[in-house]
Design a protein around this ligand. Structure first.
Ligand SMILES: *Cc1c(COP(=O)(O)O)cnc(C)c1O
Length: 393
């Protein structure tokens, strides 16, 4: 796979973790049909999925690995920069955090120790039917299997880059360790957005291939809408920066830019999230060769806050029903914290679109609009949510 990254971007060091081929993109035939059966007529949208959960060989593959592809060179450069190579990775997350599993997993790859702080106040513990199990199964268990030192804590994380962990890091240093800190979701890391900026080029590469193989039925021969979860934010922000760069390099006067929609998964205010995504996408944009301030503007940020449910990681019945819908139609397994909320958002968009004849044509006046759902992983949290259960049983 040769992505033809522009030279400034291509020169940024990357430590490949994913396979050397793109993560698969495939149609969701039954979900596409389901969306249409709610609308008026014919096939107006085609729903596709990009399987970021199948992008590579490591444990519980998911979106954080792409971020680490650009962070690992920084970890490896510490020795040269500061004289001492890190001895351990330290990170934090909610109780059933997927991110921490992916950190624990790269600690294996790099032969480093790993400390994982899991915040009991963040995620579904409060409302879990079986609290004992919630702090033992799923990602908690996987972290332990991967050799991480798991510390369940009642402390709150501040979302700050160093936040409450400085005393712990000092303690570790006093013990002779050299800790390397990775913030929750790795989004605040200066290099955290690059993985998904690169993914934008991968998606375009796949669009070209799909055109050659006549996989798009009709329509625009590209993914006009892209739906992705917005948690800590650099997955969405990276995609925005990457597509911005791509569309600047290959302008297409006939089509509006692809629209990338971030579906919020927590109750943080939408305006604070918009600010954060703008900041993170400019941070990535600057590194890959955009003029951050002028190339990326608030108009590029599209967030949907209608599908959060109760709160981050707390199960709600609509989200549970969406997990069930995807499994019972296209045998697609989602998680209740992130991907099911995104799927709900995409299905809602598709139904609205098919229900109104006026908006059923895309910008080119062609009949079919292609939407792409980014499956960011997270299935390994599902068994902690024992209450996701077919409603009919
Ligand atoms: C972390 C995560 C996300 C959110 O990605 P951010 O870059 O933090 O916004 C989405 N889906 C899954 C499964 C995740 O683990």
């Amino acid at each position: 796979m040769n992505l033809n990254l522009p030279s400034q971007f291509g020169k940024i060091p990357r430590h490949a973790l994913s396979y050397s081929w793109p993560s698969p993109i495939h149609l969701l035939p039954k979900l596409t049909e389901t969306a249409h059966s709610q609308g008026q007529d014919g096939s107006r949208v085609a729903l596709w999925v990009k399987r970021e959960d199948q992008a590579g060989p490591l444990a519980c593959y998911g979106n954080k690995y792409r971020k680490f592809e650009y962070i690992i060179p920084d970890i490896l450069a510490q020795k040269q920069k500061h004289g001492r190579a890190p001895t351990m990775l330290v990170t934090e997350g909610g109780t059933q955090s997927n991110h921490t599993v992916q950190v624990a997993s790269i600690a294996r790859v790099l032969d480093l120790k790993c400390i994982v702080l899991l915040h009991k106040g963040i995620g579904g513990l409060r409302k879990a039917g079986d609290k004992e199990a919630f702090i033992k199964v799923g990602n908690v268990q996987l972290n332990r299997l991967l050799g991480a030192d798991v510390r369940l804590t009642d402390e709150r994380d501040t979302g700050d880059e160093k936040g409450p962990l400085i005393p712990l890091l000092d303690e570790l240093r006093a013990q002779g360790e050299v800790p390397y800190w990775i913030s929750s979701g790795a989004s605040l890391h200066p290099l955290g957005g690059l993985g998904y900026a690169r993914c934008a080029f991968e998606i375009e590469f796949q669009e070209q291939q799909m055109v050659r193989e006549a996989q798009f039925v009709t329509g625009t021969n590209r993914f006009d809408y892209i739906f992705v979860a917005c948690g800590s934010g650099s997955t969405l922000a990276g995609l925005i920066a990457g597509f911005k760069l791509l569309e600047k390099l290959k302008p297409d006067a006939d089509q509006p830019p692809r629209k990338i929609i971030g579906v919020l998964v927590s109750r943080k205010s939408r305006s604070s999230q918009e600010d954060r995504i703008l900041r993170l996408s400019r941070m990535a944009g600057q590194l890959v060769g955009l003029d951050a301030e002028t190339d990326i503007t608030p108009d590029d940020i599209h967030l949907d806050d209608r599908f959060v449910g109760h709160a981050y990681g707390i199960l709600d019945s609509d989200t549970a029903a969406t997990v069930e819908l995807a499994a019972s139609t296209d045998a697609l397994v989602l998680d209740p914290v992130y991907t099911a909320k995104v799927m709900r958002g995409m299905m809602c968009w598709a139904r609205d679109r098919t229900a109104s004849g006026a908006t059923s044509r895309n910008a080119l006046g062609k009949g079919l609009t292609n939407a792409l759902f980014i499956h960011t992983g997270g299935q390994s949290a599902l068994n902690a949510y024992a209450d996701v259960w077919p409603s009919s049983t």
